[in-house]
Write a protein of this length. Structure first.
Length: 203
């Protein structure tokens, strides 16, 4: 067996073990073989690391919205739901047609390897950091909402109303598009967990 194949199988086994032992939601970092070409990494973004969210849907309890509540409180999102409220994370029910069984799962920005929201943004406001986190620069966002249409996960929201509960670490702006940031303010100060993962671990 070649060294490359042994290395791949070792990584795959480690990843599977992480999925079996992890709590319902876990923030993980995956070392990249090389730093992305071009540009300088923003402050706090390590090009040798790629962040991702691991969700074990078998441990996601139906009716539990602790992750949604934690995200709302962490980022100062509206607590009263309305058709235009921002939803950085939402719970959905997936039903198997043949068996009738249903599964509950949280849905948020997937921080895609090749994010379509970044490709369609005319101003560069939607961008991907060197560590894989996809963000929106509210100062450059013109509110065209092309990224919302491009996102296959419907993970982005438009801020229609004036922002009344601003959090110092997570500023928001009316007329801008926003989505899950993987709690980048936490990551940049050295934390290795998100608000939703923290809440899920306590559930």
């Amino acid at each position: 067996m070649s060294a490359a194949r042994r290395g791949f199988l070792g990584v795959a086994a480690a990843g599977l073990g992480g999925m079996l032992l992890a709590p319902g939601i876990q923030l993980i970092q995956i070392a990249q073989a090389a730093a992305p070409a071009g540009g300088t990494a923003p402050a706090g973004a390590n090009p040798a690391v790629r962040w991702g969210m691991l969700i074990d849907t078998t441990k996601c309890a139906t009716g539990c919205t602790d992750c949604v509540t934690a995200c709302t409180q962490e980022h100062g999102l509206p607590t009263v739901a309305s058709p235009t409220s921002a939803q950085w994370i939402r719970k959905i029910e997936i039903k198997e047609v043949k068996t009738g069984r249903s599964h509950s799962a949280p849905v948020m920005c997937q921080h895609c390897a090749e994010p379509p929201c970044v490709d369609v943004c005319p101003t560069g406001a939607s961008f991907k950091r060197a560590d894989g986190i996809v963000l929106v620069d509210r100062h450059s966002c013109i509110g065209c909402r092309y990224c919302m249409m491009a996102c296959p996960y419907k993970a982005r929201s438009f801020v229609h109303e004036p922002v009344t509960d601003q959090k110092p670490d997570v500023p928001r702006g009316q007329g801008c598009v926003e989505s899950c940031t993987l709690c980048v303010h936490r990551i940049d100060r050295g934390d290795k967990t998100t608000a939703c993962a923290e809440a899920c671990a306590k559930a």
